[in-house]
Every structure is written in C-alpha cells, then in structure tokens.
Write a protein that binds this ligand. Structure first.
Ligand SMILES: *Cc1c(COP(=O)(O)O)cnc(C)c1O
Length: 447
C-alpha cells in the first residue's frame, strides 16, 4: 500500500466534516464506517507463510521440542545484535526469570514505574522481594530518572525499565544512575519491539531485557516471551530458572550445574519451580514474523505519525511520540495513547471527550492502564500467609505508597486517551479518524 498524503480534496472534505454538529448531539458521524475498517486494525498479520510453518510443526509432532525454538532464539539474538536469546512460554515468565537472574532475592527491592502492566513487577513477590514504584515523566510516560533516584534505598537491587506504549525510556540517565548506585537494569520491551533509542534498539541497553510476544503485542507469535542479554551468567541463570530440559546440556557454571543437573542424576530440574519452554508452533510463527517485522512496524509508524501530523495544533490533545529527527522511534506503537489537556476544552472530562469521539465512529477508550501502586494486590493482599501484606512482608518498614504519592502516574487517569492503533497506512481512512478527534476538540474548544 503506497503512503500518500490526503489530497487537497480530502482535506477540504475533512473541513466540512469538522464544521457539522457533533454525532453525540445528533449530528452526522465524522467517520460513519469507522467500526468496519477491519483491515486497518487487523492484527496479528498472518499469511500462508506463518500457516505453513506452524503446520510443519504440527505434522512433525514436535510442539514440545526445542529445535525450532533454538533457531528462533539465534535469529532473534542476531536481529538485536546480542549474544544470547532464550525463548519462554510467555513474557511474564521471561521477566520472572530475568528478576532472579540479576540476583533479586528475599528482602530486595525492585524499582518499577507504577504505570505498566502487572507482569513488570508482581513476580518479585514470589522471590520474596518487593516492589517500590516510581513516577513517570509526564511527557514520555516512562520512568522519570529524577524520581527514580529518590526511590533508591540500601535494599534496591534492580530497576525495571518499561518502554511504555512504545516510547523509549530515558536510558542515558537511567544507566548513569544504575552505574553510580550499582543497580541492575532489566528492560521490559513488551511494548516496544524494534523501537530505537538514539539509533540503537531498545532491549540492548540493560543487563538483560525481556519481552512478551503474545498476539496483541507488536511482535506477535501466539503466546510467548523472549529474554535477551550479553551476559553469559545472566543467560545461564535464566535458563536454570525454568528450562529444566536444557540444564543438562547447556549450563557451564559449576554453581548452577550442582543445583540443577548434578553428574550421575539423569534429570535436570528448574530452580524456579516453573516450566518456561516455548511451544514450537509459536517459535515457528516467530521466525516468520521476524522476517516481516521491520517493514510492518515501519508502516505502523508512518500511519500513527500521519494521524498526529493531521492533528497538529488541535486544542486539548497532544501526541505521545518521540520527537522527529531524534533517532528514537515508537517501535510498533503498542497501545498508542495521546495526552489529554482538559484546560483547553473548557475542563471537559476525559470520559466525555472519549464518548464524543467514539460517537463519531473512532474505536477508542480511556487509556487502559491503572496505577499499580494503588491496586489492592500491592497494598492489602497477604498472598503467602505471612500475616501481613506481601508487599511489606520482608521489608524493614512500610514501603506502601498511598494515593497522591506518584502524581504524574495518577494524573494519567484524567490526562491520557487511547488513540486508534492503525496497523496499515491508508491515508484517506486515517484522515477520517483524525477528523473525528479534531471535530470534537474544536467543538469543545469553542463552546
Ligand atoms: C504483555 C506484557 C507483559 C506480559 O507478557 P505476557 O506474554 O502476556 O505474559 C509484561 N510486561 C508488559 C509491559 C506487557 O505489556
């Protein structure tokens, strides 16, 4: 599909759309066919090539083998330019293994942004460690390095960096701090596969990175996860955690061999007490997806940049995207959001704005995240029967963070909106979606 800017005629028509009464007040919809534009949003993109690769695994009966997974790991490592990649059943497990592999243990603290999916943090509990949440930068919605510094304590072991909604976190500042305070850095790349930070792929900055590859992510293989690192010891620890069937052949560190696969005992065991192997139907799909990934996310970037360019200077909404010419990109732009500025729309609530844009035919919602530091599981739940909330069971003090403690994260509830996640760059259709936003914003800016 060729990317072209909307013609002069399209833009003239868009202006006409924008001047009409709002659909929510009985006017005509800006994008009446919005709900039917399936191809614009369809994901994952699966072709006969994926189908053939998966069928070959099924016909061979090798779903539980590792041969294809190892090929996928080697190709993924080469693609990122890292030494080691290790496939997992899902991203949650890959992150759990990364936490243990960097040395997170009982009583340690993991610092994590509060604005992320739970699997960036919650696994720390099952290691006897706990989580301290940090605030985000209000523009990038990723870890704010200044707040991060304030969260470091003598118990801090590692920092979980999340490239939230595709935006690459401020790695220079985070790595400087980590080096100075001797902390490990784990990157959660589940939102940002293929994204660049200053020209280099995210996932190659920390001591280790892990990413989900479930079907909704911008690198979709069904269900799966990957752990990547340049550090042999971290790689072997991650393997020992969950890949029992590989401990016998692949471990070289004596300490790990003694634990998992001592000489004379025919079985290898997994120290994590969990099984992490990737299903090879997923590995086979991953090998195919990898070939097309760069091209597909480039199209997504063109589409989303086009959408935001059309909305330049629209009151009440601002793009959440990396600056042009910054050499940093939004990857596959997972779960795209925009900043919402109610002051410019007469104080209109985000709920009302979203309802009005939806009524115009755009498939959006409020941003679908919730600050983790306010969730009961991180405040009151006693998961392991310690007689106190798990969050503080092994802490010296009550490290829980009450409402008001992370203001930028909490503000996102009323100051972010989701935007349509275009997977194809169809200029005419994208212009209609942008028109729905612009129509609503201009209406409330005037009234
Ligand atoms: C999806 C996601 C995960 C978990 O990955 P699964 O493959 O679903 O287990 C972890 N972290 C983030 C930020 C995610 O979005």
């Amino acid at each position: 599909m060729k990317a072209t800017m909307p013609s002069i005629q399209d833009i003239a028509e868009t202006d006409e759309i924008i001047s009409q009464p709002l659909a929510i007040e009985g006017g005509p919809q800006a994008n009446p066919d919005g709900a039917n534009q399936k191809e614009l949003f369809h994901w994952p993109i699966v072709t006969a090539e994926d189908e053939e690769a998966i069928l070959a695994v099924l016909r061979d009966g090798s779903m539980s083998d590792n041969k294809i997974t190892k090929q996928f790991e080697a190709e993924y490592a080469a693609h990122l330019g890292v030494k080691f990649a290790l496939g997992y059943a899902n991203g949650t497990m890959a992150l759990a293994a990364a936490m243990w592999a960097v040395g997170l243990r009982r009583g340690d603290e993991l610092i994590c942004p509060s604005l992320t999916y739970w699997a960036s943090a919650l696994q720390a509990f099952s290691l006897g460690a706990t989580v301290v949440f940090a605030d985000v930068d209000p523009d990038t919605l990723c870890l704010d390095p200044n707040d991060l510094e304030r969260r470091v304590s003598p118990r801090t072991k590692a920092i979980m960096v999340v490239h939230n909604c595709g935006y690459p976190a401020d790695m220079d500042a985070i790595l400087r701090l980590a080096r100075r305070r001797q902390l490990k850095v784990i990157e959660d790349v589940s939102h940002a596969h293929g994204g660049l930070y200053r020209g280099r792929q995210v996932g190659t900055f920390g001591d280790v990175a892990a990413m989900s590859m479930m079907s909704a992510k911008s690198f979709p293989i069904g269900e799966g996860g990957m752990l990547v690192t340049d550090n042999r010891s971290i790689y072997e620890h991650a393997l020992a955690f969950s890949h029992y069937e590989r401990t016998r052949d692949e471990l070289t560190l004596d300490e790990l061999k003694r634990m998992c696969a001592p000489a004379g005992i025919p079985l290898g065991l997994a120290v994590g007490g969990v099984k992490g192997r990737m299903n090879q139907t997923c590995a086979a799909m991953g090998r195919v997806q990898l070939k097309h990934h760069a091209r597909r996310i480039a199209e997504i970037q063109r589409a989303l940049n086009r959408f935001w360019d059309l909305l330049e200077d629209t009151p009440g909404i601002r793009p959440h995207r990396t600056p042009v010419h910054s050499n940093s990109t939004m990857g596959g732009w997972y779960n795209p959001v925009g900043h919402y500025v109610p002051e410019e729309l007469g104080g209109l609530s985000v709920e009302r704005f979203v309802q009005a844009v939806k009524a115009e035919g755009a498939p959006i919602s409020r941003a679908n995240t919730f600050p983790l530091h306010l969730h009961p599981l991180f405040n009151s739940a006693d998961i392991y029967g310690d007689g106190k909330p798990t969050r503080i069971a092994f802490s010296e003090s009550d490290i829980r963070q009450p409402p008001g403690s992370l203001p930028h994260v909490e503000a996102t509830l009323s100051r972010t909106i989701s935007i349509p996640w275009f997977r194809r760059d169809y200029p005419e259709l994208i212009a209609l979606h942008a028109a729905a936003f612009r129509k609503v914003a201009l209406h409330y800016a005037r009234s």
